[in-house]
Write a protein that binds this ligand. Structure first.
Ligand SMILES: Cc1cc2nc3c(=O)[nH]c(=O)nc-3n(C[C@H](O)[C@H](O)[C@H](O)COP(=O)(O)OP(=O)(O)OC[C@H]3O[C@@H](n4cnc5c(N)ncnc54)[C@H](O)[C@@H]3O)c2cc1C
Length: 365
């Protein structure tokens, strides 16, 4: 796998060693359609019963609840961990080590030998919980071919595309170095929907909230996503993974009782029988309730369609490649500033304040 000049990794075929069997094309999830679950979905919203777990997780800690319930004996868990600004797929054999996989890392993980190891573990009779992006799950399914999947549970994150690492590298240069990034930092008071980013450098830590963060602005304008994300074949209702996990966006509108003091709320969609069984095992570790599919996914466009192409994408990536262009210049050219209306909505009178009143009113009743 080699990086291209946008920072995305692609397989490179060694023409001297290639025997032309075409197997790589046969297992490519972009060229073939992996089996998608068609059965009726079960949807659950809520959060882990432990506040510490919720605060250490991106959303409501549903991933940890599923691990708690499903991983009993003889299991392996695969997920994405960060090593500085690099994101690697790896595995653990003891669920007490789960913290390395917690928290969304908004960059493509290097899959390494995770697919090969998964096959080996399944063949050895181990239970394997494999988590990743929808395309990584599709890649795994294609790779496994006829391998017995009885002991495999796949969990995908609902995904709005993968950003190029070039922006974070520019940011790293700006700070001198970055030791670690927590993309969705929470305080003991919560602030889940503020999506605060905590950047650890050798000079200390910096926390930036969602509305003033150039990373969120540039990425979510879809200026730096991987080319395949704009035509993602997995951004549909029918899913490849057993379970899809996301944020319970819109919680204040259709189930305010699950807002969880802005500490984080999870959306769990079970796409298969195996997914539903795993949810049943996770329920003792969750607080929440079942939801209607259509209502719960209203604010989840990645479950309906791929992201839209931004016409400024190529020029933005060209600027990011240019060493002479500084991070500050990138920010002033591409990042948007929050409007006064948005700031009033976020800080003065908006969902958070309405939820505060809702909580006070409902406690009194
Ligand atoms: C690139 C990306 C885009 C996302 N986009 C959306 C979105 O548009 N809407 C939405 O509702 N949710 C989105 N999510 C999912 C959301 O951020 C949470 O990951 C999810 O709700 C699980 O949270 P949790 O509290 O249950 O678990 P946590 O304990 O926080 O679990 C994190 C899980 O995410 C996996 N993970 C973390 N980083 C990566 C990565 N780089 N590649 C593959 N897997 C990773 C871990 O392996 C683990 O399974 C996205 C996640 C990622 C990584």
């Amino acid at each position: 796998m080699e990086e291209d000049d946008e920072g995305f990794r692609y397989p490179i075929i060694d023409s001297e060693k290639c025997i032309g069997c075409g197997r790589c094309h046969k297992v490519c999830p972009m060229e073939n359609t992996p089996v998608r679950h068609q059965e009726e979905k079960v949807v659950y919203g809520g959060h882990h019963i432990s506040t510490d777990v919720v605060l250490a997780s991106t959303s409501g800690g549903a991933f940890s609840a599923i691990v708690d319930g499903w991983c009993d004996m003889n299991y392996v868990i695969f997920g994405a961990e960060s090593k500085g600004t690099r994101i690697l797929h790896s595995y653990i054999e003891d669920k007490r080590d789960i913290s390395i996989f917690r928290k969304s890392k908004y960059a493509q993980s290097e899959i390494g030998n995770s697919y090969i190891k998964t096959k080996e573990f399944l063949k050895a009779g181990k239970k394997v919980l494999f988590s990743g992006t929808p395309c990584q799950i599709a890649g795994l399914e294609m790779f496994l071919g006829s391998c017995n999947r009885t002991n495999l549970l796949t969990i995908e994150v609902i995904c709005e595309g993968i950003p190029s690492p070039l922006l974070i590298r520019k940011l790293s240069k700006h700070y001198g170095d970055i030791r670690d990034i927590d993309y969705r930092n929470k305080t003991k008071y919560g602030h889940w929907d503020f999506q605060m980013m905590k950047i650890e450098t050798s000079h200390g830590a910096k926390v930036i909230d969602r509305w003033f963060n150039p990373f969120w602005s540039i990425w979510l304008q879809h200026l730096i996503s991987r080319p395949s994300c704009y035509e993602c074949p997995f951004a549909t209702k029918e899913r490849v993974a057993d379970i899809s996990l996301g944020d319970l966006w819109g919680v204040h509108l259709f189930c305010p009782e699950l807002y969880n003091h802005n500490r984080g709320a999870s959306l769990i969609i079970c796409n298969s029988k195996k997914g539903k069984e795993a949810l049943n095992h996770a329920l003792p570790f969750m607080e929440g309730h079942f939801l209607q599919y259509e209502e719960a996914v209203k604010y989840q466009s990645p479950l309906r369609k791929p992201i839209e192409y931004n016409k400024r994408r190529e020029v933005c990536l060209e600027d990011l490649r240019d060493d002479a262009i500084t991070y500050k210049e990138i920010v002033s050219k591409y990042a948007t500033k929050p409007s006064i209306r948005l700031l009033i909505h976020k800080y003065v009178w908006g969902n958070r304040q309405k939820m505060l009143l809702w909580n006070i009113f409902n406690k009194r009743r």
